[in-house]
Design a protein around this ligand. Structure first.
Ligand code: PLP
Length: 371
């Protein structure tokens, strides 16, 4: 039996939507900007999807800008809200590379970038954030972390941004659906990604509140001029369908993930106390565990051979031998970060699967330690 426990990287197709996506896709092929009937049908499909995705996060359809990826949505927020060369940007130290690396690029272009650390429990340091915000244009703090699952204290972050008059962008890619994320008042923009919810990669969105960011490029007037280019109708239709499924079944999905994750952690024996962010609000599906004395990539490969797919750090960082910047951003040492393994369950996971993953992890770690 193979177990896929890497849903924070990409979630496999959501069973509830597969047939509907296939049925719709053959017919919605036209360019939605075309005025003929086929074009109008494609346009209508996109608008239906827009309403569904907006509803999932409690936003209005007109707030959504469809993009190809959440990496693009994050870049749109960063460059779009900080167009001046001497902008001041505040980012948490545990952001996804699509925020962290673009912040570095903005710094190279002349911006002043302040990085706010997180504590070892995985939560951004609010006192440091308060100190970093004065004079900034934009602050980026994610809603839930992709590696530890730690759900950041958004109400407090929003209050601090309001106090200092700073726009807040939140990366809600992992929090949407799995964390039941809804757009809180006071957030300027939030990014979402379809493939973390069980649709195909290639469709994502930036949810924009009041002020629109400057578009990344000029072009056709699609997406209210905020994202020129023919939209990915098929991807967007899939995004709408998975959003509707998460709205309908989200509680059941989250309960299943939680059951698998809790059973995994309870079956970890001596490693149980090595789970990161264990005592803070966390996504119900994510567990990041340090396995002292064993390198994460070796354990990942051993588990893969044993039929279990997990990740070492985030998917974007895998392949790199550098320790996870997120874990370093929480104050872990390089040596500790190298031993981390991320397990992320999906909506059809079971408690049995959680237990089996833990048993295989313990067996593989024991073998590797004695080699
Ligand atoms: N933000 C977070 C927190 C993520 O986990 C990911 C994907 O791993 C992204 C952004 C990027 O999403 P996409 O793959 O749609 O670019």
């Amino acid at each position: 039996m193979r177990i896929y426990a890497d849903h924070n990287a990409t979630s496999p197709p959501l069973r509830e939507t597969v047939a509907a996506i296939d049925a719709l896709l053959d017919r919605r092929f036209a360019n939605p900007a075309s005025v003929h009937t086929a074009g109008q049908e494609a346009r209508a499909a996109i608008e239906e999807a827009r309403a569904e995705v907006a509803a999932l996060v409690g936003a209005r359809p007109e707030q959504l800008v469809f993009t190809a990826t959440a990496s693009e949505a994050n870049a749109l927020a960063l460059y779009g809200f900080c167009p001046e060369r001497d902008a001041v940007l505040v980012v948490s130290g545990i952001e996804h590379p699509s925020i962290a690396e673009n912040a570095k690029r903005l710094a190279a272009l002349g911006a002043s970038v302040r990085v706010v650390p997180a504590a070892r429990d995985g939560l951004v340091d609010l006192a440091a954030l308060d100190a970093a915000l004065p004079g900034a244009q934009l602050c980026a703090v994610m809603a839930a972390n992709n590696e530890t699952g730690a759900m950041q204290p958004l109400p407090e972050v929003i209050a601090l941004c309001a106090k200092h008059g700073v726009l807040l962008h939140t990366d809600a890619v992992q929090a949407a659906g799995k964390g039941g994320f809804t757009l809180p008042p006071g957030v300027a923009s939030a990014s979402l990604s379809a493939h973390k919810l069980g649709a195909h990669p290639g469709s994502a969105a930036l949810v924009v509140s009041a002020q629109a960011p400057r578009p990344l490029w000029a072009g056709g007037g699609q997406e209210r001029g905020l994202r020129g280019g023919t939209p990915n109708t098929r991807g967007i239709v899939g995004f709408g369908l998975v959003a509707a499924a998460w709205r309908e079944h989200g509680e059941r999905f989250r309960a299943a993930m939680r059951a698998a994750r809790d059973s995994f952690e309870q079956s970890l024996g001596g490693f149980q106390h090595m789970v990161l962010a264990a005592n803070v609000p966390r996504l119900p599906n994510t567990s990041s565990v340090l396995v002292p004395g064993v390198r994460g990539e070796a354990l990942l490969s051993a588990l893969d051979l044993a039929g279990v797919a997990v990740s070492h750090g985030s998917a974007c960082a895998s392949g790199s031998l550098d320790p996870s910047p997120v874990l370093l951003g929480m104050g872990l040492s390089e040596a500790e970060a190298r031993t981390a393994l991320r397990i992320s369950f999906g909506p059809y996971a079971t408690a049995d699967e959680g237990r089996i993953v833990a048993e295989k992890l313990i067996a593989a770690a024991t073998r590797l330690r004695h080699r």
